[in-house]
Design a protein around this ligand. Sequence first.
Ligand code: PEP
Ligand code: MN
Length: 312
Amino acid sequence: MIMVLKPNTAKNEIKNLSDRIREKGLKPVEFEGAERTVIQKPFKLASREHHQDTTIVKIGEVPVGNGDFVVIAGPCSIESEEQIMESAEMLKSLGIKIMRASAFKPRTSPYDFQGMGIEGLKLLKKAREKTGLLVETEVMDVRDAAIAAEYVDVLRVGARNMQNYDLLKELGKVNKPVILKRGISATINEFIMAAEYLLFHGNRNVILCERGIRTFETAYRNTLDIGGVAVLKGLTHLPVIVDPSHAAGNRDLVLPLSRAAAAVGADGLLVECHPNPEKALSDGAQSLYPMQLSKLLKEIKPICRAVGKGLR
Ligand code: PEP
Ligand code: MN
């Protein structure tokens, strides 16, 4: 990939950059011009040089990356028909257009709720038909990719599967947009390279999602790399959204992190909200009460406006 440096970039900055590329096991090749220096980068299709304007990914009729701020919200998991229907009605009443909810669950413990699988997808589709909401779900297994794509408007690759290259290759062939979450310990370069797999294998509708990374800090679930959002926006043309819920692990942090996401120039949010968080079968502690989502939408609106974005 080609990295074009700002005109008159200092020699020591170019050297630092080349050293860093070398540290990653890559070979930088410099082309020195009168004003600019060009350094090759490992990713191509995902880079801003390849595509100057931010790519607009359409989820159904909802554009992501067009300059507006899109809020995708919903429960962590599909738990029952009653729960998903109630969630869908609640989200619709708040003006949400895209509902998230997982049928396949990557759980740290094998004893925890593992998701409803295909039965869950059927319920999600039913909620879609009843309310007109667009729906989003995670796919964990390469064998489920094509089938899940038949039920939903957008697929999600979870943090644990960011480097599941067979899954990425398969999703490259699927005719639905993909939200790719950053791996828990993935560098930005590794994250973009994972997106490159999807693009290279044929799926140009990729949305990146920063969801917090693992650091030494234990005061919250993960460290939201808000600076990383700005870096991603600079390096790639793909829309970048933020999941404040899995970063926070605690619903009281979701609103401040969402404000930060809007302020830093993200293209939207992926946020957990449950009609009854105490009863949630997964991630209840970080799931917003419906009233909190309503407050969040009101509070981020002026921030979106301040950075030139409308709220969808
Ligand atoms: C999720 O979005 O429900 C999820 C499991 O998130 P992550 O893959 O980021 O942990
Ligand atoms: Mn969750």
